[in-house]
Design a protein around this ligand. Sequence first.
Ligand SMILES: Nc1ncnc2c1ncn2[C@@H]1O[C@H](COP(=O)(O)OP(=O)(O)OP(=O)(O)O)[C@@H](O)[C@H]1O
Length: 342
Amino acid sequence: MIKIEGLSKVFHTAAGEIAALRNINLHIKKGEIAGIIGYSGAGKSTLVRCINLLEKPTEGSVIVDGREITVLQGRELRDARRKIGMIFQHFNLLYSRTVRDNVAFPLEIAGMSKTQINKRVADLLELVGLSERAAAYPAQLSGGQKQRVGIARALANEPKVLLCDEATSALDPSTTQSILSLLKDINRELNLTIVVITHEMQVIKEICDTVSVIENGQIIESGPVMDVFAHPRKETTKGFIQSLYNVEIPQEFYRQIKAAGRYHRLVRVVFTGAPAAEPVVAELVRHCGIQVNIMAGNIDYIKGAPLGILTLDLAGEQADILQAIQYLKDKKLYVEVLDHAG
Ligand SMILES: Nc1ncnc2c1ncn2[C@@H]1O[C@H](COP(=O)(O)OP(=O)(O)OP(=O)(O)O)[C@@H](O)[C@H]1O
């Protein structure tokens, strides 16, 4: 549904050139919820704004639903943009208009008749659960309700793609949850392709099918959410996972264990899917005759599938520990020997 190829964006400022995006390549399938995560200044907003040409790329192409939008201008560009809805962190509502009139706005611009507008607005407000607040003004709404208006407005022209730029960053955790479930429902009901820009791994975990990590204007890692969560390759990605699953142990604590004298290895074991339920630790003790201490751990469920991350301290004879690590690998578990262990 979205193909981004060789996309670069350079801003020319008084202080010099800023390469906000460098050679971005990204393919997003129809009906997918694609997450793009990065720290502040990584280039997320610029990337999402290049998808609907709010920002003109310096190089490269953006193809949405088979149409290269980077070459469009004037009316053709306006028509193409209509099929790409967008919601924002600070909602960007018109504060002098009621909820109903905010949602009607893009339809008025598209030249729809009043009767059709009334019908469509009523349907959209029902979809986002705001029928009762149609006559209210944005200032009378909570943050979550304002974002619901933003979503209804973004869906008014029946877009094929919905871009969400930090759409839940201004909301509290429970409101965030309700907006994320609304987005998930809309994705399912309308088979809408959604691009989610965020700096919060929780958002990626809750609703995304795929995730791309952006740093210094480049995509450094990309893949299905479960794969990236289970096997992050880049330090930045590991940092994001760490923000969700705190499975690190303090160095000082590990130094104390090592001081006990026995041979140790600190390993991280990642379970995905079925083996997560197996009593692997017990088997490890029985098969390899070593001592296993669970130092940190977390089991989570991503789209119903378990993802377990355990930090284990293995103590015993060196040969037995090597055998234990091999045993885990034979079980098709991902094992990482943490390099600060000795
Ligand atoms: N209009 C602009 N003019 C000049 N530089 C810009 C402009 N917009 C963005 N930048 C620069 O481009 C880089 C990427 O910014 P961008 O806003 O895309 O990052 P971000 O990941 O969305 O960060 P944040 O979450 O803080 O918004 C930054 O160095 C930023 O200063």
